[in-house]
Design a protein around this ligand. Structure first.
Ligand code: URA
Length: 434
């Protein structure tokens, strides 16, 4: 099989066979096919796409490029949750302990933040001592004993995706449905759970900028999950403005802890309850979604979700005193309000720019080697649809460097739209693909 012929075939819009797809992924993972030929193939896929069968084969070939976790020794239906990325997205930190406290086993592999989006593992490392690299055995034992473990992605999970993703990143081929589908689903299938709930973010701060493309991606991932015999559902959620009020690592952790104590922002809780009730339905613990939501609300109200969070942090080596007293997190040196220059209603708080402002302050990475400043970020004071008076803060910048804070302020001002016309709050759950 010549790589040249396979590139030519896809360039002409023809279908690649299962054998050909496995040959490509296997050869590339082993370093036998050079980056320049894969780059050309990726661009051909970008323009010609792949049908469902090809996407399935590509996903499976990528899944099979490394380890596949065997979670069969965990009791019950194991469920994973995955977000395609957002700003202020602390859903896993809130959702995981709530459903674990109800008895749903949460065996979750999470990632680190890159670019304007954050990552759950970075946030969990806000707790000194937290171990984000559990061995497979410890991971499984922990889920069996306390129902929840969250660990970083093991090095050998879908290694083909790691190489391909890095190449897509520099060849302008990230935003293609077949490639995103196979990238996300290969990792989800290798992670070995029985059911998957996907949070497909839509809007300014998301990969998918409009509902149509997000729906196409959601359907594509659900198709592949079903073909692989998984229970799967995808929720389209709004990412035009940040989720909740806090953006930045420690700041988001504090917001998540408050949410577990019953003081969560309504938009964050809407997403948590929507995804969580689907996960409970998949688990078989409660077949009715509305009743599943009630169970979650109850777990927050009676403190069992918060207690589960404390137990989870402690079991995984983290200093739980920070969860019990969030005043222990060392704040940034400067907390600077960004005041509105006119009165009116907030029409826009562009998520991507606010995520980038937080990253610029030191709260995110441009490359995986960058070190994060955990204390910095942005805390919104208003959300889209809120009324604001001139001089009132739109948000507060948490910074350790005043020059950076100045630049972040400019970024946030450009990201904010205020108008005299009334405006609705944003609808969080845009669509569901089951
Ligand atoms: N997230 C992934 O893991 N892969 C993509 O291709 C896009 C988002």
């Amino acid at each position: 099989m010549r790589m040249y012929d396979l590139i030519e075939k896809k360039k002409l819009g023809q279908e690649l066979s299962t054998e050909e797809i496995y040959h490509i992924i296997d050869g590339y993972t082993k370093g036998e096919i050079p980056d320049y030929q894969i780059s050309a193939l990726l661009m051909a896929i970008y323009f010609k796409g792949m049908n469902v069968r090809e996407r399935y084969d590509l996903t499976m070939a990528m899944r099979d490029s490394g380890d596949i976790l065997d979670l069969s020794s965990i009791d019950g239906v194991k469920i994973d949750k995955h977000s395609t990325g957002g700003v202020g997205d602390k859903v896993t930190l809130v959702l995981g302990p709530i459903i674990a406290s109800i008895g749903v086993p949460v065996a979750k592999m999470s990632g680190r933040g890159l670019g304007h989006t954050g990552g759950t593992i970075d946030k969990l490392e806000a707790f000194p001592g937290f171990n984000a690299s559990l061995s497979e055995e410890d991971f499984i034992n922990q889920v069996n004993s306390i129902k929840i473990a969250v660990t970083g992605q093991s090095k050998n999970l879908a290694p083909a995706d790691k190489k391909l993703y890095a190449l897509r990143d520099v060849t302008a081929t990230v935003d293609e449905i077949s490639l995103i589908t196979s990238s996300v689903m290969s990792k989800k299938l290798a992670a070995g759970t029985d059911a998957i709930v996907l949070d497909v973010t839509v809007g300014d701060g998301a990969f998918m900028k409009n509902k149509e493309s997000a729906l196409e991606l959601a359907r594509s991932m659900v198709d592949i999950g079903k073909k692989a015999d998984k229970k799967i559902a995808a929720f389209l959620t709004n990412m035009d403005e940040p989720l909740g009020f806090a953006v930045g690592n420690d700041l988001e952790v504090i917001e998540a802890i408050n949410a577990l104590k019953g003081q969560g922002p309504s938009d964050l809780m809407e997403v948590v309850y929507a995804l969580g009730s689907q996960m409970i339905v998949f688990s078989g613990i409660e077949p009715d979604k509305a009743k599943a939501r009630k169970l979650m609300e109850q777990a927050v109200a009676d403190g069992s979700a918060y207690n589960k969070f404390i137990e989870f942090i402690k079991t995984q080596g983290g200093d739980d005193s920070f969860a019990k007293d969030t005043g222990k997190f060392v704040p940034a040196k400067h907390i600077i309000p960004v005041e509105a220059v006119q009165s009116g209603y907030i029409h826009g708080l562009k998520a991507e720019a606010i995520g980038l402002a937080s990253m610029y302050l030191g709260g995110g990475r441009e490359t995986f080697e960058d070190v994060i400043d955990m204390s910095v970020g942005v805390v919104l004071n208003k959300k889209v649809g809120d009324q604001i008076n001139a001089g009132e803060p739109i948000c507060f910048i948490h910074a350790n460097d005043l020059d950076k804070a100045k630049h972040a302020e400019e970024m946030i001002r450009k990201a904010t739209t205020i108008s005299s016309e009334k405006c609705d709050h944003m609808k969080l759950i845009i669509d569901i693909v089951e």
